[in-house]
Ligand binder design. Structure first.
Ligand code: SF4
Length: 236
C-alpha cells in the first residue's frame, strides 16, 4: 500500500482509533504491531536523529525493510554520521538520507554564512522542516522516538495521534519510556548507540546548535542553548 491509498479523513479516523485502542502506555511492541497490521511496511516511515538505533531496531522487528528517514542537514557530528552508517549496515531497514534543497555552501552564499547563528528558525526550516515535509508526503504513518521525559514541552506526547502539520498518522511508541529504558533496550539488543549519548549529550542535534548538559539538567537544555528556541518545529 502506498501513502496515497487512503484519504486524509480515513487516516485521521485511524489515528483516533489507534489512540483509543492503545491508550496512554501500551507496550512499544503493541504499538508497532498496530501499525504493521493497519498500514504495512510500504506506507510507513521511521524518523531517526541517529542518537541511537532503538526505534529503527524496534520497528524493523515487525516491519523489516522499513524506510528510516535521516535528516542529513550537513551539520552533523561525525559520531552521528558513524551511527547512521552503522544502522544502514547492521539493521534490516532502508536508510533514506533526506536532503535540503541547498548544500551548506549554497545556503551560505545565498543567505549569508552560518545562518544557524543569525536565524536558526529559518535554518531549521530550510534544512529540516521543508525536506521532512516533502519526504513524509509519500507515507501514511511515521514513527518518531519522542519521549515524554525529554522536556517539559513533551510531557503530553500520545502514543498515536493525527499529525496536522504533515497530514499523516504520527506514532510515538517510546513516549512512555525513560532514558534508562532506552539505554537498557540498546544494551540488551546490542543496537548501535551514538557515542555522544554517554558523553554528556542526552539530546543530539546539529553540531553548531548542540552542547553537552550537566548531570540533572533538562536533557534538551543543550539544544540551541542560550536561545528561546527549544524545538526545531518538527514535533508541534
Ligand atoms: Fe541549522 Fe542548527 Fe537547525 Fe541544524 S539545528 S538546521 S544547524 S539551526
Amino acid at each position: 500500500m502506498t501513502g496515497h491509498d487512503r484519504t486524509s479523513e480515513e487516516l485521521r479516523a485511524l489515528a483516533l482509533q489507534g489512540n483509543e485502542e492503545l491508550g496512554w502506555d501500551s507496550p512499544a511492541n503493541d504499538v508497532v504491531a498496530w501499525v504493521a497490521r493497519e498500514f504495512g511496511v510500504a506506507a510507513t516511515a521511521v524518523a531517526s536523529s541517529m542518537a541511537d538505533a532503538v526505534l529503527p531496531h524496534l520497528v524493523s522487528q515487525q516491519l523489516p525493510g522499513v524506510d528510516v528517514l535521516f535528516l542529513e542537514t550537513g551539520y552533523h557530528f561525525p559520531e552521528t554520521l558513524a551511527t547512521r552508517n552503522e544502522v544502514a549496515g547492521s539493521l534490516d531497514v532502508n536508510l533514506v538520507d533526506v536532503l535540503p534543497a541547498l548544500t551548506v555552501e549554497e545556503q551560505d552564499r545565498r543567505y549569508g554564512r552560518d545562518l544557524f547563528g543569525t536565524d536558526p528558525a529559518w535554518c531549521c526550516a530550510l534544512r529540516k522542516m521543508d525536506p521532512l515535509k516533502n519526504a513524509l508526503a509519500g507515507y501514511d504513518v511515521w514513527f518518531t522516538g519522542v519521549r515524554r521525559d525529554e522536556a517539559p514541552t513533551r510531557t503530553t506526547t500520545p502514543l498515536v495521534t493525527w499529525d496536522t502539520q504533515h497530514e499523516l498518522v504520527k506514532v510515538n511508541p517510546l513516549a512512555a519510556w525513560s532514558f534508562d529504558d532506552l539505554l537498557e533496550y540498546a544494551r540488551s539488543h546490542q543496537v548501535p548507540v551514538n557515542l555522544l549519548l554517554s558523553n554528556g549529550y542526552p539530546s543530539i542535534g546539529c553540531r553548531p546548535c548542540t552542547r553537552p548538559v550537566a548531570p540533572g539538567e533538562d536533557p534538551r537544555a543543550g539544544r540551541w542553548a542560550g536561545l528561546a528556541k527549544t524545538e526545531c518545529g518538527i514535533h508541534q
